[in-house]
Design a protein around this ligand. Sequence first.
Ligand code: AMP
Ligand code: ZN
Length: 474
Amino acid sequence: MALAPKLTNTLSGKKELFKPLHKGFVGLYTCGPTVYQYAHIGNLRTYIFEDLLKRTLLMDGFRVKHVMNITDVGHLASDEDTGEDKVEREASREGKSAWDIARKFEAVFLEDLKALNILPAQKMPRATEHIDIQIKLIQKLEKKGYTYRTADGIYFDTAHLKDYGKLARKNIGGIRAGARVAEGEKRNPTDFALWKFSPQDAKRQMEWQSPWGIGFPGWHIECSAMSMKYLGETFDIHCGGIDHIQVHHQNEIAQSEAATGEPFAHYWLHGNFLRIENTPGSDEKMSKSLGNSITLDTLREQGFDPLDYRYLTLGVHWRKPMAFSWDALRAAQTARRELMDFVRELQTNKDRAKGITYTKHLTAFLEAINDDLNAPKALSILWKLIREFRTSKSHNTPMALKTILQFDHFLGLNLKDATKAQEALPQHIQELIAQRKHARQAKDWMRSDQIRDQIKSLGWTIEDSPQGQKIKKL
Ligand code: AMP
Ligand code: ZN
């Protein structure tokens, strides 16, 4: 029987066996970035978690159609439909056009995904290229009587929908009353903008004609319009970070289900937050506005590979908060390097298949990832295999390699490139290694030691083994 994961569904608050709408196929929508700034590693934790979900489904044999939006307009500085548009605000700060800002940060984001080995979505629709379907969706809601007009926009009337708030109510015991924000002309605190009018006194860079006047879409409508366009009115799985439960996803459900009369997504998965540990005991969320953002470039400047960060996130279950610390990242770096060294050893070893086959490890691994994407457990099974390989006399090199590379379909650590990564040593280091090899063949031990010291001063260590020289970054 084909495998299927059990997943904790925010909608029911329970771990449920995943049943697709269509046999063997999964429609997956993940909320994408607002492209006005660099993504911080908290944002990226959420995208890694979504990647683990997708990789599990692929390993189970599902075809996955993955859609992720790019929010390149209209995301206001607050969840309450007030404040400035983040893209336009950044543009005026930088003295660039809003379009330049959006395209620049979208490109950087795509590079980040690549560096973290996150599989690309099949479709990454931009909100600004789908204004027409957003307007159509609002018109549909208008016809059904779900909307009303205020001085600054067209709003969704949440009191009109019997089950408004079902996502948050199940999980956080209530929806935010919203009373602390000025309600303005809103009829209910939870009502939200579908269309905002451009201000009378200032010209926006991004604005469109609509049946209600010149303006721009509210933040939530793009996700409903674009997910339904590419995945159908009802689809399988919708994901994002936990901050989206209360407002954004609540409102996506409300407007989609009000428009179609059908359930929107069957499974809702929300990744928990990355928190930053500045000082022991501190427990602050990482956010752009708190000014404690760490980006992939910050990690690179400190000598880390983005995949060290990917490895680090694998150690904490996606439903749990994760505390970031540099010490933990260093430990992850060491572990990942050891893993790469081990795989390289297997790749260069010419042993023939004999001994145990590691099927029980593979079975345990698949069970772990199908049990709510338990990455920490999956990692521990990988290390168990390595320990057993090292201590057992009946180990089987080709099968161990094959099994670990299968694990990597989920882990996404680029393990198959372990040898290639080795070959990617800087040219001058490669030359020194070749010179040392000659010195050793000529039994010129003094010269060999000199070269080893020289290589060390350049940041690499050398170990001599029966298979030859092994080089590692210090
Ligand atoms: P944004 O670009 O702000 O819409 O955020 C992109 C994604 O990152 C969303 O799915 C958020 O829920 C998620 N996110 C924001 N901050 C964090 C954080 N500190 N840790 C984990 N995920 C986050
Ligand atoms: Zn969304």
